[in-house]
Ligand binder design. Sequence first.
Ligand code: ADP
Ligand code: MG
Length: 332
Amino acid sequence: MNFIKEIGIDLGTSNTIITGKNREILLNEPTVAAVDENTGKLVAVGTEAKEMLGRTPTGLIAVCPIKEGVIANFNVTVAMLKSFIKRATKSPLFKPRAVVCIPSLITEVEKRAVKEATLAAGAKEVFLLESPMAAAIGSGIEVNRPYGSMIVDVGGGITEIAVVSLGGIVQSASLKIAGNVFDENIVAYIKKKSNLNIGEITAEDVKKKIGAVYPLKEELETSVRGRDIVTGLPKDVTITSVEIREALKECLEQILDGVKSVLEKTPPELAADIFDSGIVLSGGGATLMGLGKLIEKITEIKVYIAESPMESVAFGVSKALDEIDTMRALMS
Ligand code: ADP
Ligand code: MG
């Protein structure tokens, strides 16, 4: 039997993707676990656990073990990863080597936690790769050239903005403003405007359906169901893409400020390269309608959406598996 010897892990706040070599996706599931409240035991992970979110029967709690890009619950991360790795490699006993992505600006303690969690989850050896670098590689940017490229990855927990050149990150910023905060702001907006309480899952659905951060030729609308704050009864309200834009205004300003500030700190030659070649947008947030256009308007730089934005980081780690032996030499 042929065991999978190396795996890449994109341990995102919202989704975990495990890859083999050559961009093979072995597993792609939400970073969620359902835990028994009394025993602390894991009941379900991934898609199965996400379906329970917001609807958990008594006695079960849904845990998102990664918050804002870093491990918030170590034990649940280990248990979830153990199950994911077993499923991805289809082998309960063979221990693979793993390359795992980490945000670009995390502490040594947070880095060590990722390494230890992956080892405890069944990896034989663990190498870390900064996720903006992975996103750049996975989006097809030639990162080893002496040429500046900018990648903006808008995930669930964090937005990472980075300039890469000569195989390294030259300048970067990591903001705790991303998909989850968008959802929270939609919840708050609808509560204030329509006296309606909706859940974050509903807010996320609305965002995906009609969220557009740049004016549309024909604005969209949808109906949302929630609980009326005054009467306590279920109520349907119509919400438009214009309102979603209003709800997301502040978050978007912060992301745009982040992009501008990284550009300002970038050495002039590299900035000139970016002006020529454009900015690449990846992560689930890249699929938010109009985000590319908005960044284009503010920076006056062309923005390209990565081909499979939600898989960019995963494809990048997959590519890094080819270099695991060099990484190993560098790290030992
Ligand atoms: P992470 O790397 O943090 O796990 P992802 O890159 O997988 O995050 O992106 C997840 C985020 O992308 C979530 O906040 C999700 O709501 C958002 N997202 C996914 N699809 C869409 C869409 N079509 N429109 C807007 N946001 C989306
Ligand atoms: Mg990500």
